[in-house]
Unconditional design. Structure first.
Length: 228
């Protein structure tokens, strides 16, 4: 092992899952920069895991678009762009908005309590250090709402693209000073819209649209700057 890198910790997760979380965090925080080669042999020696575990972890991260395969180089850390993050934001907004059209508003009190519990747990995180924990809580939050919808087919498509959240977070850490309280408050606003007895689906759709569009605007500005 070299530098500040350490072998992944032993916990109740599968070894592949541990490795995915370990590499994902390094990529998102820039500890493994864009274009860095991720050779199976080198990672096997560095992290003291089997080559099959490394191969499966790289496959998972490729599905999250955090790594890519290049000719004659194999797996490398993806060179993400603000434009790619804008696309990911708007795809999430589009699918979730359609799911929300199948919701009954206001939601049940037990659903509200569950969602607020997740936002409370988000608030306790330290970002970007706890990025993996945030990804898991964010997924549970949005999946809980999607699961309430009558639009099950759209929900299935959403589940397949939810891995794009890694792109959004990676670029957020690069361009936005994320604060756990602010991130939690953005999610509480969604819960409040869902719980408002005088609310409507249109209002909920507006809130979820802004949840992603506000990030997309920042990324769009950065994209224009890079073009200039």
């Amino acid at each position: 092992m070299t530098g500040a890198r350490q072998a992944i910790p032993d916990d109740r997760r599968t070894l592949t899952n541990q490795l995915v979380r370990h590499l994902r965090r390094q990529i998102m925080l820039g500890e493994r920069p864009p274009g860095q080669h991720l050779g199976e042999v080198a990672l096997t020696e560095e992290l003291r895991v089997s080559r099959s575990t490394v191969r499966e972890a790289l496959r998972c991260l490729k599905a999250e678009y955090l790594i890519e395969t290049r000719a004659h180089r194999g797996s490398v850390v993806a060179s993400l762009t603000p434009a790619r993050a804008v696309e990911a934001c708007r795809l999430h907004a589009m699918l979730e908005s359609e799911c929300f059209r199948g919701l009954t508003v206001p939601i049940q009190p037990e659903h509200r309590r569950h969602l607020l519990d997740l936002t409370d747990r988000m608030r306790q995180l330290s970002l970007p250090t706890n990025v993996n924990e945030f990804i898991e809580l964010d997924h549970m939050f949005h999946k809980s709402i999607v699961d309430m919808s009558e639009h099950k087919l759209i929900g299935s498509v959403w589940a397949n693209i939810n891995s794009l959240i890694g792109i959004i977070l990676t670029m957020s850490f690069r361009y936005i000073e994320l604060n756990a309280d602010n991130v939690a408050n953005r999610h509480v606003a969604i819960v409040d819209a869902l719980s408002d007895p005088d609310g409507s689906r249109d209002r909920v759709i507006e809130i979820i649209g802004d949840h992603y569009e506000s990030l997309a605007r920042v990324f769009s500005e950065k994209h224009e700057e890079t073009k200039g």
